[in-house]
Design a protein around this ligand. Sequence first.
Ligand code: SPD
Length: 359
Amino acid sequence: MEGDELKDLDCQRTMDGWESSNNGSGKAILIPACCLKARASQPELGSKSHSTVVSGWLSETQPSSDKSGKQVYFNNPMWPGEAHSLKVEKILFQEKSKYQEILVFESSAYGRVLVLDGILQLTEKDECAYQEMIAHLPLCSIESPKNVLVVGGGDGGVLREICRHSSVELIDICEIDQMVIDVSKKFFPELAIGFEDPRVCLHVGDAIEFLKQAPEGKYDAVIVDSSDPVGPAQELVEKPFFKNIGRALRPGGVLCNMAESMWLHTHLINDIIYICREIFKGSVHYAWASVPTYPSGVIGFLLCSTEGPPVDFVHPINPIEKLRGALEFRRELKFYNTEIHEAAFALPSFVKREVAALH
Ligand code: SPD
């Protein structure tokens, strides 16, 4: 971005390993431990159209306010010093919900795009990779999953994928923001179709509270399709949250959690793996997939199982190709297959070295 100027952040270590930082607005923001060297870029002034759209391009910046209350934009502290951009053809929706700023636009290269608080959540072109992997990595690793819980996932894409599994009888979904669901139904019908399945039971509310109330051992699988842990989703990388998931899973039940980028967040991934190894006594694995529009072009998944019948995540016991009708259910699978599943667990050497405690 032209006119960028590096600014020092005022970082302080906190007890839980997160950094409290002043982004220049005078307001404290939380930065994950992996971003100790975070630097914020000064925004291009004179932005047009929308807070995160500058000169007709969307970049993953973070809206904030300066001392006079004027809105300004910083590089997101989750990926300091970089911002992938998409050319905006037309803004279709922009509104602030109770929880976040929601933006939908038509891009010239990736179809429609959903952005929450300045962070790209999905594009029509490459959403298949993320939704298919986060759903089928866990569900193909256990026999006949019946009860599944989705945390987040308000766009419906993960539901669409879970519905391919005919053994599934109940899909609880707990999404905090009704507006995300409504926006998806209007602008992303290919994803929101997931909500139409009669097995889906929608709970609009706080997943932390939902999990506290969940009956012990109810779920065969929990899938956490959250946004990044800056702002509302921050508690979703903390120990009490994982403890409650562990309690809600049956013995030998599985968790699949969105787990950021191995290029950008090895410290954060390490921290989550450390917590999960304390809680999930079956196994803990890291897998990844290519998603071109996510920062650094990849996204990771943390796969954990509770103590009980052992789960071999790397060699799926319930291969999708053998599930009647699963490949074509509502729409063809675009990304996931058993070869991709097994390959997803092959880690580059630097990840094996940097991320502790991996297979
Ligand atoms: N850095 C972006 C991570 C987004 C994860 N959630 C995507 C939601 C798609 N259902």
